[in-house]
Design a protein around this ligand. Structure first.
Ligand SMILES: NC(=O)c1ccc[n+]([C@@H]2O[C@H](COP(=O)([O-])OP(=O)(O)OC[C@H]3O[C@@H](n4cnc5c(N)ncnc54)[C@H](O)[C@@H]3O)[C@@H](O)[C@H]2O)c1
Length: 253
């Protein structure tokens, strides 16, 4: 599927990997809707792109909020054929910490945003995509989810985060199978360590220590490299049902 002339939703598009994806997709000629809860940053970003982007305040965990967001996209741009799910949170807590057992509400919140939020958006986006006329490859839409290498090599303090991302990785194949009849593909990217506001919050010595474990190149990932893979997944009609690591070959202990 071509980005030029297509309409995309990017959740978490106001920051980090999502923002880089918005920038890349607009540069490639797509119309982009930023779904995020950070209205100040989302509106600022949409304004930067004029007619090529809109910001829609959306909480991915809420059915109504996402449904209204998709309606707003179709009203503004006419249809929807690409959905990139980047909205996510990554609070750290141990299963049994100094203050006792992992708070259950924190576990539920992470699952709610990262896992249920991803599925909530993709299922409603797919419903809209299925209405499109198929292109010459028979495609009506593409879904790109964001897992994490924590899906495979979760660290201490990541029980909730790793569970949520394991679920996102596991969604690629069954969702691709479910939506094959409609000509909609589904893949996930499992990023390693990327320099986004989520990571920039870590102390510099921790960032340097993390980069040392990357096989090559020995640095954190550039969000533009994530956006590049999201674009490739959209453009390559034979990529489907897979979760792709994007991590400089890092394997966390
Ligand atoms: N940065 C990394 O190294 C890294 C590595 C692996 C996976 N990831 C994943 O990539 C995705 C993006 O991460 P990032 O580093 O760009 O983070 P980020 O914090 O910079 O951006 C996340 C965005 O999601 C939005 N968001 C949070 N909850 C939301 C909700 N309920 N509804 C709508 N929007 C919501 C936030 O407002 C924010 O703009 C996340 O899913 C994260 O888990 C990041």
């Amino acid at each position: 599927m071509q980005l030029s002339g297509s309409v995309a939703v990017v959740t978490g598009g106001a920051s980090g990997l999502g923002e880089a994806t918005v920038r890349a997709f607009v540069a490639a000629g797509a119309k982009v809707a930023i779904f995020d809860m950070n209205a100040a940053r989302g509106e600022e970003l949409a304004e930067e792109f004029g007619n090529a982007a809109i910001f829609v305040p959306v909480d991915v965990t809420q059915e109504d909020s996402v449904a209204k967001g998709i309606t707003a996209v179709v009203e503004k741009f006419g249809n929807l054929s690409i959905c990139v799910n980047c909205a996510g949170i990554a609070p750290a807590a141990k299963t049994l910490g100094r203050e006792g057992a992992h708070p259950l509400d924190l576990y539920s919140k992470v699952i709610s945003v990262n896992q249920i939020g991803t599925f909530n958006v993709l299922r409603l986006a797919a419903e809209e995509m299925a209405k499109n006329e198929a292109n010459q490859n028979g495609e009506r839409g593409v879904i790109v989810n964001t897992a994490s290498i924590a899906a495979f090599d979760g660290q201490k303090g990541q029980a909730a985060y790793a569970s949520s991302k394991g679920a996102v990785a596991a969604l690629s194949l069954p969702v691709a199978r479910d939506l094959s009849r409609d000509g909609i593909r589904c893949c996930a990217i499992a990023p390693g360590l990327f320099l986004t506001p989520m990571m920039a919050g870590l102390p510099e010595d921790v960032q340097v220590a993390l980069a040392k474990d990357v096989t090559f190149p020995k640095r954190l990932g550039d969000p533009a490299e994530f956006a590049h893979l999201a674009q490739t997944i959209v453009e390559n009609a034979y990529l489907n049902g897979e979760t792709i690591r994007l991590d400089g070959a890092i394997r966390l202990p």
